[in-house]
Design a protein around this ligand. Structure first.
Ligand code: HEC
Ligand SMILES: [Cu+2]
Length: 324
């Protein structure tokens, strides 16, 4: 088949409903379309009707202004649509907030966009390009960044898309509800080959996914790779007990609030850890700003591995662990 034939064969008027979010988004979309379409048709009908009725050549109509008060009619056609549209706004907000609230229990998968491909890595270390294998019914959280320009990881069947930006992390999540092959698009124009920056999501039965993860080479799990970096880069020399300088312990740090020297308190999330390693502009209170910047020395993969390792330090910690 040539390219055009492939595109035509894959053409879908409406994407599959492949995630828990899809039904919610579609109900809202069709309601919006229905309400707006109805109003459009009603107004168009009235315009056409009056055009015909009050045409200049028709002498048999009453053209006087009349003396009925217009306020009740005007109030009605203002107040009723007001509540309809505010209602849809609230409905849309509920779905939006739900979409932006990442569930705690999720499989975290790394996504790196670059001109013009998607590089993906699973926690167990398995890598893939322009393909994403996920298990059915499990919540997947994608932690995404870009190596060059702004991209956008779009998964129409799951009704999620999110910009993928250089220098920071963005996330998106979904819970697939049916097995199959679904499409990945780059949804942000990113240069010449933007239109070819596509791929496939394979939603598999959990056992098949587990078998797929085990197939092929035996890669290093991300957390383990991060631990190795943590030692080889000398992070452990400062951050572990008896370090060469007074540095905060990273055990139990992730997900907790950190008081900073400038008085702010920030949550130690992926963004914070990334900026600590690369930018050194947020200094935790009561520490000297002596940590060297690692900007330019680490690949995106390595930064992600270090962060995954620091996250694992928090997960293994007892609940009582507090932030230094
Ligand atoms: C020379 C010692 C030293 C080295 C090497 C070092 N750090 Fe640090 N780090 C510090 C100090 C001191 C602070 C607190 C003051 C600051 O931010 O400069 C800190 C702060 C941090 C913080 C913020 C901690 C908090 O409690 O808010 C993180 C995260 C961090 N470092 C990660 C790393 C990682 C990852 C590496 C290795 C790539 C590393 N550090 C290497 C000394 C070091
Ligand atoms: Cu792109």
């Amino acid at each position: 088949m040539n390219r055009l034939a492939i595109i035509l064969a894959q053409f879908q008027f409406w994407p599959d409903q492949g995630s828990t979010l899809a039904g919610d988004v579609d109900r809202l979309f069709w309601t919006l379309t229905g309400v707006c379409g109805t109003i459009l048709l009603a107004i168009a009908f009235v315009i056409i009707y009056f055009l015909a009725k009050y045409r200049r050549s028709n002498p048999n109509v009453d053209r006087s202004l009349g003396d009925k008060p217009t306020l009740p009619a005007e109030a009605t056609w203002t107040v009723i649509p007001f509540f309809i549209f505010i209602g849809m706004f609230i409905w849309g907000s509920i779905i939006y907030f739900h979409k932006n609230q990442v569930p705690r229990e999720a499989i975290e998968i790394e996504v790196i966009g670059k001109q013009w491909m998607w590089k993906i890595q699973h926690p167990e270390g398995k890598k893939e390009i322009n393909e994403l294998h996920v298990p059915l019914g499990k919540t997947i959280k994608l932690i995404m960044t870009s190596q060059d320009v702004i991209h956008d990881f779009g998964l129409p069947a799951f009704r999620v898309k999110e910009d993928v930006l250089p220098g920071r992390y963005t996330t998106e999540w979904f819970t697939p509800t049916k097995t199959g092959v679904f499409r990945i698009f780059c949804n942000q124009y990113c240069g010449t080959d933007h239109a070819n920056m596509t791929g496939q999501v394979y939603v598999m039965e959990p056992q098949a996914y587990a078998a797929w993860l085990r197939s092929g080479m035996n890669p290093t799990p991300i957390v383990q790779a991060g631990g190795e970096l943590y030692r080889s880069l000398g992070c452990s020399g400062c951050h572990e007990p008896n370090g060469v300088v007074r540095a905060p312990s990273l055990h139990g740090l992730f997900g907790h609030p950190v008081p900073l020297q400038d008085g702010r308190v920030v949550i130690a999330d992926e963004r914070y850890l990334r900026d600590c390693i690369l930018l050194n502009y947020e200094i935790p209170a009561s520490y000297e700003p002596v940590m060297p910047s690692f900007a330019g020395r680490l690949s995106e993969d390595q930064i992600y591995q270090l962060i995954a390792y620091i996250k694992s330090l928090a997960a293994n910690e007892p609940e009582t662990a507090s932030v230094p």
